[in-house]
Design a protein around this ligand. Sequence first.
Ligand SMILES: Nc1ncnc2c1ncn2[C@@H]1O[C@H](COP(=O)(O)OP(=O)(O)OP(=O)(O)O)[C@@H](O)[C@H]1O
Ligand SMILES: [Mg+2]
Length: 331
Amino acid sequence: MLVLGIESSCDDLSMALVDGGKVLSNVTATQTLDHAPFGGVVPEIASRRHLEHLEPTLALALEKSGKSLGEIEGIAATFAPGLVGSLLVGLNFAKALAFARNLPFRGVHHIEGHLWSAFLENEAQYPFLALAVSGGHTHLYYVKDFGSYELLGHTVDDAAGEAFDKVAKRMGLDFPGGPAVERLARAGDPRAFEFAVPQVKGRPLHTSFSGMKTAAMDYLANLEVERHPDLAASFQRGVVRALIAVLRRASEARPVRQLVAAGGVACNGPLRDALAALAAERKIPLVLPAPKYCTDNGAMIAFTGEKYLSSGRTHPLSLNACARLPLGADA
Ligand SMILES: Nc1ncnc2c1ncn2[C@@H]1O[C@H](COP(=O)(O)OP(=O)(O)OP(=O)(O)O)[C@@H](O)[C@H]1O
Ligand SMILES: [Mg+2]
């Protein structure tokens, strides 16, 4: 089924065409330069830019796929969670297209899209453990089937990506901070500074990054710039160890046929290496999205949308955008 997927939950507008689980095109209009001077995403700017990018992004996605608008058989769009102004732009465009062309429509939860980005090039084996690790989430799910997500644990404060971004900003690095910290860390010693692995009392599958972020800020208060690579490498190692600790515990506690990590932070090289080492140690196959599908993209929304639409699970066009919504909650 040829499905157009639209992602607009934050500062990237991305559209993709997927058919039978195969990505035919994936086009993203980024706004990094618009937000960089502010050191973070400005919601008002994000939604205004999305509006400008809608038509050219669709035109390019169609052109690259070799398909025409008339061939599309279903439309999917992110409806939650995210910046509500940004979500509304992509969602209403999708609903208008579905209405005008009398096509089935499905709203997709952004985190469900991230999780399924791991399966754009791999087959799912249930049950699997899935870590959504991004700018707004550090959530661990037990997935028994498509659409069945049991939340095992989550960060009790900052998301891992958010912690990367805040530490990067304090070091005067580019936005978004994660890739900048990773680049700087290549020249640093990951054992130069101590970052304790956080423990959330009585909740072994929860994690926390605010302590690590505060420790990084404290170290940075009196640190010469020449030592920033050491700090970046040590902080990155701390985040990776915290994520691996919860995944290891979860993988020991129940049967798991695959380990999955997705979301922007899953681009991180040392995290990918540590996940591979954990998977080898636990003898569980590891499934990661290609780096280009870790950050926000339309392909993950089209792919997930096609799974719903091809089995008739549509949403009415009255579906509204929602800034916060746990994965699995009713739309
Ligand atoms: N190589 C990297 N290392 C560490 N973090 C990274 C890397 N690349 C991207 N990130 C982080 O990933 C985050 C962006 O990911 P993503 O686009 O999935 O988040 P989001 O969509 O803003 O949040 P969410 O998906 O939770 O709604 C940013 O915080 C960014 O710093
Ligand atoms: Mg995201």
